[in-house]
Design a protein around this ligand. Sequence first.
Ligand code: MTE
Ligand code: MO
Length: 538
Amino acid sequence: MSTTTPRFAALAGITAAAVAIGVAELTAVLTGPRSAPLVAVGGVVVDTVPEPLKQFAIDLFGRYDKLALLTGTALLLAAFAALLGVLSVRRLAVGLAGIAGFAALGVAAALTRVDADAADALPSLLGAALGAAVLWAFIAGPLELDPWPWTPPTPAPAVPAPATTTGDTAPPPAGGAPLEVTDPGSRRRFLTGTGALLGAAAVTGLGGHWLAGRRGVSAARQAVVLPAPASPAPALPAGADLSLTQLAPYVTSNVGFYRIDTALVVPQVDPETWQLRIHGRVRRPLTISFAELLARPMVERYVTLACVSNEVGGDLIGNARWLGVPIRDLLDEAEPEEGADQVVGRSVDGWTCGTPTAALRDGRDALLAVGMNGEPLPIEHGFPVRMVVPGLYGYVSACKWVTELELTSFADFDAYWVPRGWSAQGPIKTQSRIDAPRARNRLTAGRVVVAGVAWAQQRGIRRVEVRVDDGPWQDAVLAPTVSVDTWVQWSWGWDATPGEHRLQVRATDAAGETQTAREQDVAPDGATGWHTVTVTVR
Ligand SMILES: Nc1nc2c(c(=O)[nH]1)N[C@H]1C(S)=C(S)[C@@H](COP(=O)(O)O)O[C@H]1N2
Ligand SMILES: [Mo]
C-alpha cells in the first residue's frame, strides 16, 4: 500500500488526467481535432442525449451550449480522476484499470465518428499511456510520498506493542498529530511534480488546440474571391430598417448571426478538395468542384433563416444576403427520377437534412450558398458551401459544409433529426416578436414605440397587430421589405399609462392565416403562440 494520503492521491489522479488530455490534444494536431477524446466523447453525447435534455441545454446555455458541454465533461473527468487517484493508493491496478477504461471510451468514440480511421485511436491511447505513467510515478514510483522518518525517542518496549501500532509505518509523534504524516521533503517533491506536470499539460493542451486551429481553413477562406452575381439582390428599400435600439437590424451581421449545429469542432473544409456529389435516384449523377461551382451564374438574395428550436420570442433567427447557385439548375442536370421526393443534404461531418425535392425545384431561391453578406461563408456557417432554402426550418434544409445531395424518398430515409423526434417536414410557421420594449423594461408614461419583427417566409407578412392587456388588437405599421422570404420590421405607437402592462403581438401572413394563440412547444415542428412582454410604466 502506498503512503500517499487521499488529498495528495486525488491531486495525483487529476494530474494524470490532465497529462492524458494534454498529450491527446497535441496528438490530435496530427490526427484531426475530432479524434481528441473530449471532443469525440462530447460528439457521441451530442448525437445520443435525449432531445428534451438537449433542448434544455440550448435553453440554459444558448450559444455557449457546446462550451458548457465540454466544460461539464472536463469537470466530470476531473472528479473521476480524483477518485481513481484515491483508489490507487490501496491498489494501483484499480487506477490503471480506470485509465484503461477511459482510453477505451475515447477510442470507441473517436473510431465511431463519421470518416474515422485507425489513427484516430492514437490521441486516447498515447494520452492514456502517459497518464498511467504519471499515476504510477506519484502513487508507487519515484515521486511517491515518503513516510516521516520519525522513530520513538525511547527504546522499544520489552512487551509486544499494542495492536494499533503494528502498522508498517512508524507511529505518529505524540500529541495528537495527524495520522497521515509524510516527509516534508518528499511532499515538496510531490507538489512540485504535480504543479510542473499540470502546467506542462495546460501548455500542451492549449498549444495543441492552437496548432490544430492553425491547420484550419481561415487562410483558404480569406483567399476566396466571390464572383459578382448574375442576378443581384434587390436594393434595400428606404425604411426597411427602422434603426431602433433594441430592434433587431433588418440585416443580421455575420458575427451576430445565430449558430446551431451538432459540430463540437467546426469542420474545416478545404475548398481546393471540396466536391459536391449529386447522386442516388438520378439519371445523371454529377460531381462538381468549388471552382466549377463559382464559375456558374450566381444569384444573390436576402433570406431569413430560422431554427425550429426557436421559441416564441426567441432569437434563433437571422436575415442575411446570400450568394449562391440555384439548386434547381443542378438538380435539372442530374435529372431526378420519379418518386425521388426527398433530397438528403449531407455534411462532411455526417449530419443530414431531408428537403422536399419539390421545394428545391418550385422556383423559390433555394441556393447552394458560398457568400454571406458579401463575404465567403464564415467557417461556422458552413464554409465553403451550404444550402439555403427559403421557407423551411434549418434542420430540414440548411445543410452547412454540404458535400452530397442524395435523391431518395421520405419513405426510404430519415435524416438526422427525424428519428430524434422531429417532424420530417419543416415549413416555417408564421411568427412575430416584440423587440422593443424588452420584458421587464421600466418605461416612462407617454408615447412609447413598440417594435419588432414578423416573418412568414415564402408567404410574406400582410398584417401585424399589437394589443395591450387583452384590449382590442391594433394595427402596427409594417416597414418595407425586399421579398416574402425575409422578416419585416413593424412598429406601433403606444400611449403608455402608469402600471404593469402586458404587450402581445400576432401576425397574419399573405395567405390570410393569422397566428394561433395556441401555445405549442418547439418540438416536433416549431413553436406556436403569441409573444407576450410585460413591462412597468411609471
Ligand atoms: N452540417 C450541419 N448543418 C446544419 C446543422 C447541423 O447540425 N450540421 N444544423 C441546421 C440547423 S438546425 C439550423 S437552424 C441551421 C443554422 O444555421 P446557422 O448556424 O448558419 O445559423 O443550420 C442547419 N445546418
Ligand atoms: Mo435548427
